[in-house]
Design a protein around this ligand. Structure first.
Ligand code: N01
Length: 502
C-alpha cells in the first residue's frame, strides 16, 4: 500500500501514525510498528535515503566513537562489522540493510521535508504539511534527531568569502582540497576526525580552536577472521561482546554524573597521551584543556595530535575577528589567506529550527514552549500541550558515554506501548500531565546538579542558554530502559471517543 498520489502529484493521506525522520530512531520505530502488526503508518524523510546523521555526515574520516557491537539495533546484530569502531560508510550500509531486511522502505516517503505539523484539537489529529503534500495522523512521532541542523558561526564577513565554504555535516565532495590552503573552524568530534584525514593532502591547514578538547586513545582495530566467523556462526557471541562493552561503558556514568573525582584516572591517561604525542611545550600548552574531563564530550583519536604537529598544520587560538573575501583574520590582526573554509561548528541542539514547525494544542510551537521553560519532556518523550506526540531523542535522552541506539530502543518500547494502549483502550488522545512532566524534570535537574557536565567549568552543547543541562540522561541507561518499559497512562490526560476524563 503506497500513499495516495493525486493527479497533480500531491500526496494527501490520513494514517494512524506519522514518523518524521528515518535515522536510527525513525527507522527503528517503523520496524517496531510493523512488527506489532501495524500497516497504517508512514515515515516522512527529508532526505533521499534512510540513515539520518549517518547519511548526512560523509566528511573524510567520519566514524563512530561508540563500538560497533553496541552501535547497532539489539534486534539486528551485524556479523559483518569489520572493525571494533565502524566508519561512516559501514554504518550507513548497515542501516540500509536493516531497512531492506525488515521491509519498511515502502512505508517511507523520501525527499519529504515536513514544513509544519499542527495539532487540530477538534478532530484529534495532527495536520502535517510537507514538500510532498499534506497528511493527517492520529499519532505523531518526531524522530528528527538532535544533531541534524548545522549551526553556522556568526562571524563578521563570513558571507563574503569567495572560496569554497561548507559545514562538516554538508561536505562538498566536488571541492578538491588537494594542494589548497584550508581553514577549519572548530575542534569538536567532527573536526578531530576531518583534520587528520585531510592534513596530508592540503598545502596548509589552519585549525581555529576556541576550546581545547580532552582526547583519549581510540582502541580501534580490525576484527580478526576468527572473530568474524565466531560472530556469524557461534550463537550468542555477538551478544557476549555487546554485553561486555555495555557494562564497561556504563561504569563511566558514576564519574560523569555522580562523582567527577572518579574521572581522574581518565584525565591522567589523557594528559599522558598529550605529553607523548605533542612534544612541543608551547603547542602542548595550547591544546591542554582548561576544564574537567567529561564536561564536554570526550573525544577519541590516535591521529589528531600527530596531525596537529605536522609542518603544514597551524593551530590558531586567537579568536577569529572576521572573514574576508579570501582570508581569515584573527583578533591579533594576522591575516591568513585560504582557498577553502570548513565549518565544523556543531549543531543546533537545544534550539533546533524544527521546534518552530511543530504547534501544539493552543497553537504554540515547541520553540515557544521551550523558549519559556527550556526544552523538557516527560521521560524525554512526551510534552504537555502536544497530545498524541512522541519525541524520540528528546530532552535529556542524550548520552556522554555510550550508545544512543540503546536509548532510542528504550523510547521506541515506550511509544510502541503507547500506541498499543491507545488502540486497546480506544483512546482518542493522550497528553502528559504538566505536573508529572515538571516533577520528572525537577528530579532530573537535581540528579544533574552533581554532574561534571554542570560543574566541570566548560560551556558545551549539553547546556541550553539558561545554563541548564537539557540534553543528557544522568543515570545508568538501564534505569531509563526500566522507566520506559511500559506506557504509564496514569501520567497522562486521556480522552476517548465518548468519555473524557480531562
Ligand atoms: O560539534 P561540536 P561536532 N567560533 O559542537 C567550535 C556527535 N559526533 O560536529 O568548544 C569558533 O562538538 C566549538 O568550540 P567550543 C558527538 O555527539 C560524533 O564536532 O564551543 N569556534 C567546537 O570546537 C559530538 O559531540 C562523532 O569553544 C566555534 C566546535 O566548533 C556532536 O556530534 C563524530 C564557533 C563544535 O564542536 C557534535 O560534534 C562527530 C565559533 N563561532 C560528531 N562555534 C563520532 O561518533 C562553535 N565552535 C565520532
Amino acid at each position: 500500500m503506497s500513499p495516495q498520489v493525486t493527479d497533480n502529484g500531491v500526496r494527501n493521506r490520513h494514517v494512524n501514525t506519522i514518523v518524521i525522520g528515518s535515522g536510527f530512531a525513525g527507522l527503528g520505530t517503523a520496524i517496531r510498528l510493523a512488527q506489532d502488526g501495524h500497516t497504517d503508518f508512514l515515515v516522512l524523510e527529508r532526505g533521499a535515503d534512510v540513515g539520518g546523521t549517518w547519511r548526512d555526515n560523509t566528511y573524510p574520516g567520519a566514524a563512530c566513537d561508540v563500538p560497533s557491537q553496541l552501535y547497532s539495533y539489539s534486534f539486528a546484530p551485524n556479523p559483518e562489522w569489520t572493525r571494533s569502531f565502524s566508519r561512516q560508510p559501514e554504518i550507513q550500509r548497515y542501516i540500509k540493510q536493516v531497512a531492506r531486511k525488515y521491509g519498511v522502505l515502502d512505508r517511507h516517503v523520501f525527499d519529504c521535508d515536513v514544513t509544519s505539523a499542527r495539532w487540530n484539537d477538534d478532530d484529534g489529529l495532527w495536520e502535517i504539511d510537507s514538500t510532498q503534500g499534506s497528511f493527517t495522523a492520529k499519532v505523531l512521532v518526531s524522530a528528527v534527531g538532535a544533531l541534524c541542523e548545522p549551526a553556522l558561526p556568526n562571524i563578521k564577513g563570513i558571507e563574503t568569502f569567495a572560496g569554497q565554504i561548507f559545514h562538516s555535516a554538508r561536505w562538498d565532495h566536488d571541492a578538491d582540497l588537494t594542494g589548497k590552503r584550508v581553514a577549519i573552524i572548530g575542534t569538536g568530534a567532527s573536526a578531530i576526525q576531518i583534520i587528520p584525514a585531510i592534513a596530508p593532502k592540503v598545502a596548509r591547514l589552519d585549525v581555529y580552536q576556541r576550546t581545547a578538547p580532552w582526547l583519549l586513545p581510540r582502541v580501534d582495530r580490525a576484527y580478526t577472521q576468527v572473530e568474524k566467523l565466531a560472530f556469524k556462526y557461534v550463537p550468542g557471541m555477538q551478544q557476549l561482546y555487546r554485553a561486555g562493552i555495555y557494562l564497561s561503558r556504563e561504569t563511566q556514568v558514576v564519574g560523569l554524573a555522580k562523582a567527577p573525582i572518579a574521572m581522574k584516572p581518565l584525565e591522567l591517561l589523557a594528559r599522558a597521551k598529550l605529553f607523548y604525542e605533542v612534544r612541543d611545550a608551547e603547542l602542548r600548552e595550547k591544546v591542554t584543556p582548561d576544564f574537567a574531563i567529561g564536561c564536554k564530550r570526550m573525544l577519541i583519536s590516535n591521529e589528531y595530535y600527530p596531525a596537529l604537529v605536522r609542518d603544514n598544520v597551524d593551530l590558531v587560538t586567537d579568536p577569529i575577528a572576521e572573514v574576508t573575501e579570501n582570508a581569515v583574520v584573527s583578533a591579533d590582526g594576522t591575516v591568513r589567506e585560504v582557498d577553502a573554509i570548513i565549518v565544523a561548528t556543531g549543531f543546533h541542539v537545544t534550539d533546533s529550527p524544527t521546534y518552530a514547525t511543530i504547534k501544539g494544542r493552543d497553537g504554540r510551537s515547541l520553540a515557544d514552549v521551550f523558549g519559556d521553560i527550556g526544552q523538557q519532556a516527560y521521560k524525554g518523550t512526551a510534552i504537555a500541550n502536544f497530545p498524541n506526540m512522541f519525541f524520540l531523542v528528546g530532552p535529556n535522552t542524550g548520552l556522554g558515554h555510550t550508545s544512543m541506539v540503546y536509548m532510542i530502543e528504550s523510547q521506541i518500547n515506550y511509544v510502541a506501548d503507547a500506541v498499543r494502549t491507545m488502540d486497546r483502550a480506544g483512546l482518542r488522545t493522550v497528553e502528559v500531565r504538566l505536573e508529572r512532566q515538571e516533577k520528572y524534570n525537577r528530579d532530573l535537574q537535581q540528579a544533574l546538579s552533581h554532574s561534571v557536565w554542570t560543574n566541570g567549568g566548560c560551556a558545551s552543547w549539553y547546556l541550553d542558554k539558561h545554563g541548564n543541562n537539557t540534553t543528557l540522561w544522568p543515570g545508568f541507561t538501564f534505569q531509563f530502559r526500566n522507566q520506559t518499559r511500559a506506557f504509564d497512562d496514569d501520567a497522562y490526560h486521556t480522552t476517548t471517543l465518548k468519555i473524557e476524563n480531562l
